[in-house]
Design a protein around this ligand. Sequence first.
Ligand SMILES: [Zn+2]
Length: 397
Amino acid sequence: MRARHGLVLLGGIVIVVGVLLVAMRPVQAQSAIQIVSEEINVNFPYSVDFDLSAHSEESLITSIRLFWQAGPEDVFNVRVLDVVPAQTVSVAVPLNALFLDLPPFAQIAFRWQIRDEQGHELVTETRTVEYQDTRSDWRELDNEHFRMLWYGYDEAFAHELYQIVEDAYFRLETAFGVELERRPTVVIYPDRQVFAEFQMSVGNGYNVIGRYFPGHDITVNLVSPDMPRSVYAETLAHELSHLYSDNFYVGFTSLPLWLEEGLATYNEVTSRVDNLARVRQAASAGNLISFVDLPNAIRSPNIATTNLAYAEGATVFEYIIESWGQQGLSDFLGAFRRTSSADEAMSTVFDQGIVAFELGWRAWLGFPVAEVPQLLPTPTLRPFDFPTPVFMPPGGS
Ligand SMILES: [Zn+2]
């Protein structure tokens, strides 16, 4: 079940074409509408351009629609094109990659629907075009679980990166207890400038070095030669953890954000020692962020608070593994397919609510306390009870 699979190293240049021509296919003889030409041009990092010419033997073409889907979890979108009725019509459809927030190597599925005045209709089969970053000579290392795209490193270093991703993948598979249904793509850029180009388009800062793109099964990472190994190893594992988690919870609820980031941070592995030290230091100084405050702290504008929140979340998973083992972790993660409440998941799996859990975690850290802050109980609505209007003076309470 956990067998490792051989590397497939595609020799030479995998992707260099700037223009991808999707082969014209002969249309069924009975159709009155024919495709004359079709071209899909990947204009990275700006757009994917679809060009089509179609011809009707017997009538005037009156309608052309492009159906497209950006990523396997997207719905099919439709673009209705302006057509001046004619026997032969041509259309050009640019999809704006920046607006769609497409990661490099996103898979775009598409099909055409063409109709003429006499009611003939041609619907092409659904095909996929890859939004390739055509500026570099990408190479690929893959197995049946994931594929890694890279360029600009020597082979030995690429294999080192591949090993990091593979280890992270199998750690996640063990944690969640299931394999991913779709194979993720890990894209690695060697150059900060090139990596930053598409980051800028989505408003991310220069300091971002890894990103997971929900709905695309793609992480995009920067590994530059001047980085310490721990930095890129942790980034690759962290982003893959978000991807794994997002796939695991598709159609279900999800982890609360502080646990989601905690899990991703825990999966970095090499940061565990530092994180535990950071959390213990905060505990000894009486500065731990209580669990009830972690949902806000995790996106705090104060970077020290955010870092501590990430570190606390990571140690929560360490605590779970040490106390309840691998099965306890899988059960805990699985519980969030049924609830988004940490309190409920902890009660179900560990037989203790979030307050008892936090007390146990603090004791495990070596800094036991008698009590921790609690959320006020949610008021229960009783039928036939009408809310009393309350006047709040300006200036508030
Ligand atoms: Zn994260």
